[in-house]
Ligand binder design. Structure first.
Ligand code: ZN
Ligand code: ZN
Length: 298
């Protein structure tokens, strides 16, 4: 498998001279399976650059686009994804939905004529929507497993396995705390019930899900000090990301969904703290911070 990061930033794009190394585009990760098949995680603004590269290659595109959830930063690049405008291209969009928020509507509504000049039904590519819950879904010759994570409304984490290799993509996820869950009402009731039902640490659901992955891409929006003021916002601090990686015994942790206020130097500092913590605790995995344009192959 090969991975390329096209967008690593959480919440809102952060262009500028202080974010050039880690990048200012919102989440989009390109995955190439062994046979070159294209799987895309999330359609943040990073997907524009991926689309332009696909257009330059000039070949017809058949790909899966896997959406973690409906928040802007994970869908707002889609209307600028040029291959979706080209006849002959085919996209299967996978993601969660609820009774009121249907997957197709999530993409279509942001292209409503109030917000955007071209509507979804005017796109020339063939686009199929596949709403999923927690389940196993075939994606080309790979297997995609999905898990509801702890995030306002509903959000899925994904595990993609192919040819004996596994990557886990958990873009937005907050440590689940039973007491906090009782007071916060903005996470889907069904999701909360699933975590509440776990005996012991409710986050065991996430640890088990990421078990043994070669690569874990995990939400690392905050420092522990910042997290205190953002409980319930749906994001992790780096100590929790390290814990998920350690408990799941993954080989490599990629810090992802960088906070909008963190410039390149701050992300360097967070990464250094993580590396130090890994050494102190004798954890056995490698840790890197996702940077726009970074490629991983394994
Ligand atoms: Zn996000
Ligand atoms: Zn979100």
């Amino acid at each position: 498998m090969k991975i390329k990061f096209w967008g690593t930033r959480g919440s809102i794009p952060t262009p500028g001279k202080d974010t050039v190394r880690y990048g200012g585009n919102t989440p989009c990760v390109e995955v190439r399976l062994n046979d070159g098949s294209l799987v895309i995680f999330d359609a943040g603004t990073g997907i524009r650059g991926l689309g332009d590269e696909l257009m330059t290659a000039g070949e017809s595109v058949k790909a899966y686009l896997i959406i973690s959830h409906a928040h802007w930063d994970h869908i707002h690049g889609f209307p600028f994804f040029k291959p979706a405008f080209i006849s002959g291209n085919e996209f299967t969009i996978i993601g969660a939905q609820s009774k009121v928020v249907k997957l197709r509507k999530v993409i279509a509504d942001q292209m409503d004529k109030v917000y955007f000049p071209i509507q979804l039904n005017a796109l020339k590519a063939k686009i199929k929507f596949v709403p999923i819950k927690e389940q196993v879904t075939p994606v080309f010759d790979a297997t995609l497993t999905s898990l509801y994570v702890n995030h306002p409304a509903f959000s899925l984490g994904y595990r993609l396995s192919s040819g004996g290799r596994t990557m886990v993509y958990i873009s937005d996820n907050e440590p689940f705390d039973r007491e906090v869950a009782k007071s916060i009402k903005n996470v889907d009731k069904i999701v909360v019930a699933k975590y509440m039902a776990v005996k012991g640490d409710p986050n065991q659901r996430v640890f088990d899900f990421a078990r043994g992955a070669d690569i874990l891409i995990h939400d690392t929006t905050y420092t522990p000090e910042e997290y205190v003021n953002h409980v319930g916002w749906g994001h992790s601090h780096y100590l929790f990301s390290l814990k998920v990686a350690a408990e799941a015994r993954v080989k490599k942790l990629v810090l992802f969904h960088h906070d909008q206020t963190h410039d390149d130097n701050k992300i360097d500092e967070i990464l250094q703290k993580c590396v130090k913590e890994i050494k102190t605790r004798n954890y056995q995995f490698e840790c890197i911070a996702a940077a726009e344009g970074m490629e991983l192959e394994w």
